[in-house]
Design a protein around this ligand. Structure first.
Ligand code: ZN
Ligand code: ZN
Length: 337
């Protein structure tokens, strides 16, 4: 089968022929219908995340936003059936035993394994997943629409829930990309007033089309003053840039919350003095739980959220990763094998 491979962090990205994997105990084999391209794929290619580099498999098949049809079952699997459509997320497995797992924060399990990072991922014709960690895809959502929800969508939904966004919240989102364009729709559904921020006018137009109340080009000299005056209760950062994180601290209201949904490499110099005097809460969001994925799939099935999707073949893998790195992707690229 065909697969998009990364030799090692900072290594080579190629499209290669590899063997179809065989499911082991507890695993299922999924025939991939759609696999979303996430900025995490770029981070892995570029070796941005030194602190987790020991977790990255070498000769890795990239991809962790998978939707497809169950093709076969491994030993002991009784909760899935061949022919069923499922979504397989970034979170491939957790231990189920640690404090974080037991209190419903499985996405913070220190013993988690990760699709398309510690294990081969879904930018391929077939992928293996753990049966217990996939979520059935409801009728009414296409595979191309569902795939980006298995990382981008569930992450921002988890962030919005954790930040208690609801009626009356003034919610800002920095970055109208794969995550950001979904966060706008979800925050509107939750009843918030939504302020979109980006550096690309095309993405600001998309934000307004998706329901944002206001959209700001943050490269304009007057933007920071105007944004600060809005009194944003929650600012979600979905752009993997240090400037975006610093901007969030500057423009969020006193007593406000920063929701960290993008993970740039290296270290962001931020002012703890500013955090202290403004009384800010910093909430980081490392993907989300299986329940969050089920919730956002339901929202998509009821038409409350939809993805801006561009489909590509697996052969277009290397160039698509370059385009995402260069900020040229509007919405989400989804590979259709
Ligand atoms: Zn992702
Ligand atoms: Zn655990």
């Amino acid at each position: 089968m065909k697969a998009i491979k990364l030799s090692a962090p900072r290594g080579e990205v190629t499209v290669a022929e590899v063997a179809v994997p065989v499911p082991g105990p507890g695993e299922i084999l999924i025939r991939v219908e759609a696999s979303g391209l996430c900025y995490t794929d770029v981070h892995l290619c570029d070796g941005d995340w030194e602190i987790v580099e020991n977790l990255v498999k070498h000769d890795l098949t990239l991809g962790h936003e998978a939707v497809g049809i169950v093709a076969s079952l491994g030993e002991g699997v009784s909760n899935r059936s061949v022919g069923q459509r499922v979504a397989a997320p970034f979170l491939r497995s957790t231990c189920g035993e640690c404090k974080q797992c037991r209190r419903g924060e499985e996405n913070h399990c220190p013993n988690a394994t990760v699709l398309g990072m510690s294990h081969d991922g879904s930018h391929a014709e077939y992928v293996l997943a753990m049966a217990d960690f996939v979520v059935p895809v409801p009728d009414g959502v296409t595979p191309e629409q569902a795939a980006p929800l298995a990382c981008a969508g569930m992450t921002v939904l988890g962030g919005l829930k954790k930040a208690n966004v609801g009626i009356g919240t003034v919610f800002g989102v920095i970055g109208v990309g794969g995550q950001g364009h979904l966060a706008i729709q979800l925050a509107k559904t939750m009843g918030a007033r939504v302020v979109a921020m980006d550096i690309d006018p095309a993405k600001l137009d998309l934000a307004i089309a998706l329901g944002a109340d206001q959209a700001f080009d943050v490269t304009q000299p007057e933007a920071v003053e105007q944004l600060t005056a809005l009194g944003m209760d929650v600012v979600m950062v979905t752009a993997p840039s240090h400037d975006a994180h610093r901007l969030a601290l500057t423009v969020v209201a006193y007593g406000g919350t920063i929701s960290l949904c993008a993970v740039p490499g290296g270290e962001t110099p931020i002012s703890m003095t500013l955090c202290g005097f403004k009384g800010l809460k910093l909430l980081s969001q490392a993907v989300a739980t299986r329940q969050d994925l089920a919730d956002i799939l339901d929202l998509a099935a009821s038409g409350k959220v939809s993805c801006e999707v561009t489909t590509r073949s697996l052969d277009a893998g290397p160039e698509s990763i370059d385009a995402l790195r260069n900020g040229e992707v509007v919405g989400r690229v989804v590979f259709v094998p």
